[in-house]
Ligand binder design. Structure first.
Ligand SMILES: Cc1ncc(COP(=O)(O)O)c(C=O)c1O
Length: 394
């Protein structure tokens, strides 16, 4: 099956459900066992898609998890309460006191914080590395390194990593590898085919696609990795509700038509922004000339709608005049929904391996599904407000 057929087909079983197209939504905590034998049996065994207790999943959960696992080309998937919970589950599954983690410097801020603050408190040390490191990562691997955590392109600044080179160097030294694939989704990048052990997605973003759920998805490459990750997922107790699972499934059905539109509109906006004299640089790996473009072209089959631009230094009042008056670009956290967003951000405090030195403000854009001509008109009006205030002292 091709991806578009997969996203519309996986996880459905009308034959076992009165012919109904979508999987049913089971609300459950208690699962009843008819006999003592059955109760004891479930206490002794732990297999995939076993009905045991609501927190461990119902047929609604299993339908979603199986669909994601197959779309990713992995062995199994776990749906947890948020993208952050998916990252935490992965970081905890591969570490214990005294271990060492390698993490790309451009990772999502709460991932960095969890490593730097929480895991450090439990005796796990992290080295953050330059996203351009490639095979050079081998020199950072210590005897106690157990996990390498990456995200590509990087959060807010969109640097690409040489994923296969990093995965191969880690595999050669027995270091597990995890990839936050929220940006590309398995439609545009396939972590397992590039040598990774775990693929993570914030289902909150493109899988849900409508800015109305929180969801995390951890997918594992094979049964060995499953056995390593499953106990931690179970122990964390971060389950998802059936209505959100249903909405994630519903989002999945249109992923194949939404992603190309996010991709195309994103590039149109990026090219428009690139031509503005107030814009220093556009950070988008699908743009020819971007430092990550060659890797993106080699490893990815598309791009999502998320990218940033760096403004030349301007008074705060000029930025406020632009963003406060946008008609279509909302200002808020998260992304991956049908609506466009624009958020000024700071990354200086979030980079330690390679300091961020550009003086201007970074503005992250999410290209939504609106008509791109309306979005460009909104940008034109916004930049004209910005220009009017560019000389102010505010
Ligand atoms: C790359 C990336 N990974 C993970 C997450 C976390 O997802 P959630 O907000 O569902 O916890 C985010 C959220 O912004 C993200 O941008």
């Amino acid at each position: 099956m091709k991806n578009d057929t997969k996203v519309t087909t996986l996880g459905r079983d009308p034959d076992s459900n009165f012919g109904i197209v979508n999987p049913p939504v089971y609300h459950a905590s208690t699962i009843l066992f008819p006999t003592l034998d059955a109760l004891e049996d479930v206490q002794k065994t732990k297999f995939k898609n076993q009905m045991r207790y609501g927190r461990y999943g119902t047929p609604t959960t299993f339908a979603l998890q199986d669909a994601i696992a197959e779309l990713e080309g992995g062995y199994a998937s776990f749906a947890v309460g948020s993208g952050a919970a998916a990252i935490v589950a992965t970081l905890m599954a591969f570490t214990k006191k005294g271990d060492h983690v390698l993490c790309v410097d451009t990772v999502y801020a709460p991932t960095r914080r969890y490593l730097d603050v929480v895991l450090r408190r439990y005796g796990v040390d992290t080295t953050f590395f330059d996203p351009a490191i490639g095979a050079g990562i081998a020199s950072l691997i210590q005897p106690n390194t157990t996990l390498c955590m990456v995200e590509s392109p990087g959060s807010l600044t969109f640097e690409m990593i040489d994923a296969p080179a990093i995965a191969a160097a880690c595999r050669a030294k027995g270091v597990a590898t995890a990839f936050d694939n929220t940006w590309a989704t398995p439609l545009y990048f396939r972590p397992f085919e590039h040598g990774f052990d775990v693929s993570i997605m914030a289902g909150t973003k493109y899988i849900g696609g409508h800015s109305d759920i929180m969801m995390g998805l951890v997918t594992v490459r094979d049964e060995t990795v499953y056995k390593q990750v499953r106990p931690t997922v179970d122990d964390l107790g971060s389950s998802t509700g059936p209505d959100d699972q249903y909405l994630a499934m519903r989002g999945l059905r249109t992923l194949g038509v939404r992603m190309p539109r996010h991709y195309e509109t994103g590039l149109r906006l990026a090219n428009w922004l690139k031509a503005q004299p107030e814009v220093d640089r556009v950070l988008h790996p699908a743009l020819p000339g971007d430092p990550g473009h060659a890797i993106w072209k080699r490893d990815y089959t598309g791009a999502s709608g998320l990218f940033s631009y760096v403004l030349k230094p301007l008074p705060r009042a000029a930025l406020a005049a632009m963003v406060d008056g946008m008609a279509h670009f909302g200002m808020g956290f998260s992304w991956g929904g049908f609506e466009s967003l624009m958020v000024p951000s700071d990354v200086k405090s979030l980079r330690t391996a390679v300091p961020w030195t550009e003086p201007g403000k970074i503005v992250r854009v999410h290209a939504g599904l609106e008509d791109p001509t309306d979005l460009i008109a909104d940008l034109e009006a916004g930049f004209s407000r910005l220009r009017k205030h560019a000389g102010s002292k505010g």
